[in-house]
Design a protein around this ligand. Structure first.
Ligand code: ADP
Length: 503
């Protein structure tokens, strides 16, 4: 269990993250706002452009009709003039001249064409009178289209004439409208010419239907017809939107990165605080560990020195003195050795060592100690190959493991050795309350001492510094080996110290 952390640390990490988050959110909001504003402006601009385009198409076709009208007006009224005009202008089927009531008075074909509505005739002549010429497309009764206009009389003092060029709508489209659309808008704009209320086009770029129309306008020369267009390719809005998404993704990525960074910093700081606390605990543990045996030794030694101990009790006093001073030197030895490993000044001997022999020797030495405390120590040692190792360090590691098995393992200690294909494994097993799976690796970290989950108080009362297993691990690593702890079937823990034979 890690020590509780100051809530200010969490607040600090939160503040750091918020510090990164607030500008990111503000920037994202600004981007979205600027985007929608620019999109609106762009859409306005685009509509204006499309409108201008359609105006230009109308203007162009109007100009074409105007050129025809000029020619017709310049030519006389004779049938020869009309024939020549019709030859040069194939889009015009026939021409007619009407009086002020719209009734045809001269025409180019065989049959008399239908009249031009009188209102139109009157209006065009009146407009001509004030110097304004307009070509008015008029749908005649026979379904043809008459581009009607007023022109000066042939003789200088003759009254104005009402002239009309009779065209087929499709011919007019082909000659006056579509060439402009095709030539000028090629590639950049898709278009279609539609009859009003008809979704399929009269003429269009491939695959263009009414639903594709983005902007449309009525055709001046062709009443009942509209031209619809739509720019091809990705619109500027679409690319802006793509860029906005890229920016938002980037902001999101950077913020996430900062978040991860803040989390890592927070975890790092938390770890540092944890280590600092463990060190603090270590110092007080060591002081305590030193004081208790020292006090005992001093008390027993003084009693002996002053002759206050009866003869019969003396052997127990001597045993205690030896045991406590051994414990003291083990403790000091552990701290010093750990320190040497940390500073990189530890020397590791590489002589052939028989691990089973070391285990037997240590087991014999410790059995009386274990048994005195009511425990048992059993060995199961195989003939194993030698390893290149440091006898003292390996003995120290084994003593630490046995010491732990006695302290935390309830007293029934089993020491075994076995050979695997490439290593000699030394195992120390106990029948204690075991170690939580989550802590099986953590126990090897320096200064870590577990709090017991059960109420038996074993670990609380057990003496220690939290350095024993860390030292075992360093010894294992210095021999290119490893040490692991596993939960034992039926309760307890097994520590496996594995030493490669070829190292
Ligand atoms: P120390 O024994 O000085 O506390 P160690 O590094 O030897 O330090 O052990 C670290 C911790 O691992 C111990 O405090 C104890 O909580 C736990 N531990 C070690 N050995 C055993 C064991 N055999 N059974 C249960 N817990 C153990």
């Amino acid at each position: 269990m890690s020590p509780p952390l100051p809530s200010s640390l969490g607040r600090l990490a939160g503040a750091l993250f918020a510090l990164a988050l607030v500008p990111a959110l503000a920037f994202a909001a600004m981007q979205i706002f600027v985007q929608s504003e620019s999109e609106r402006q762009l859409a306005d601009l685009r509509n204006e452009q499309l409108e201008g385009l359609l105006f230009w198409v109308n203007q162009n076709s109007w100009d074409t009709a105007s050129v025809w009208a000029d020619r017709l007006a310049r030519s006389g009224a004779s049938p020869d003039d009309a024939t020549r005009f019709l030859q040069d202008t194939p889009a015009v089927r026939s021409v007619l001249e009407a009086d002020s009531t719209g009734t045809p008075v001269q025409w180019s074909g065989d049959e008399a064409p239908p009249p031009v509505p009188e209102a139109v005739a009157q209006r065009l002549l009146a407009q001509h009178q004030v110097g304004y010429r307009k070509i008015e497309p008029v749908a005649l009764e026979d379904g043809t289209l008459a581009l009607t206009f007023a022109a000066d009389g042939v003789a200088p003092d003759a009254p104005p004439r009402l002239l009309a060029m009779i065209v087929e709508p499709d011919d007019l489209l082909d000659t006056a409208v579509l060439p402009t659309l095709r030539d000028q808008l090629r590639g950049s704009v898709a278009f279609g010419i539609f009859r009003e209320d008809d979704p399929s086009p009269v003429a269009s770029t491939p695959g263009f239907a009414r639903v594709n129309v983005e902007h449309e306008a009525g055709l001046w020369l062709l009443p009942g017809h509209v031209a619809g267009i739509r720019p091809e390719g990705a619109s500027a809005e679409a690319s802006m939107r793509r860029r906005l998404w890229q920016s938002l993704l980037l902001i999101g990525g950077v913020t996430a990165g900062l978040g991860v960074g803040a989390l890592l910093v927070w975890r790092g700081v938390r770890r540092e605080i944890e280590v600092a606390r463990l060190r603090e605990d270590f110092v007080s543990n060591v002081s305590h560990e030193l004081r208790t045996p020292l006090a005992l030794i001093r008390m027993y030694a003084e009693s002996l020195q002053q002759g206050r101990v009866p003869e019969a009790k003396r052997p127990r006093y001597y045993d205690t003195l030896v045991a406590e001073s051994e414990r003291l030197s083990r403790l000091v030895g552990n701290v010093l050795q750990y320190n040497r490993f940390e500073r990189g000044t530890a020397t590791v001997d590489r002589s052939p060592v028989d691990v089973s022999e070391i285990a037997a020797e240590i087991a014999d030495r410790y059995r009386p100690v274990v048994e005195r405390d009511g425990g048992t120590l059993e060995v199961d040692l195989e003939d194993v190959p030698t390893v290149a190792g440091d006898r003292d360090l390996l003995s120290e590691a084994l003593v630490n493991l046995i010491d732990n098995a006695v302290k935390y393992g309830g007293g029934a200690v089993e020491v075994a050795t076995r050979a695997t294909e490439k290593a000699v494994v030394l195992e120390v097993a106990d029948r204690g309350s075991g170690i939580d799976t989550a802590d099986l690796e953590r126990v090897f970290e320096p200064f870590v001492r577990l709090q017991p989950e059960s109420d038996d108080g074993l670990v609380h009362t057990a003496k220690g510094t939290g350095l024993g297993l860390a030292l075992v691990q360093r010894v294992a690593v210095s021999h290119n080996g490893s040490v692991t702890a596993t939960a034992r079937d039926g309760g307890g823990t097994v520590f496996h110290l594995s030493l490669p034979t070829d190292a």
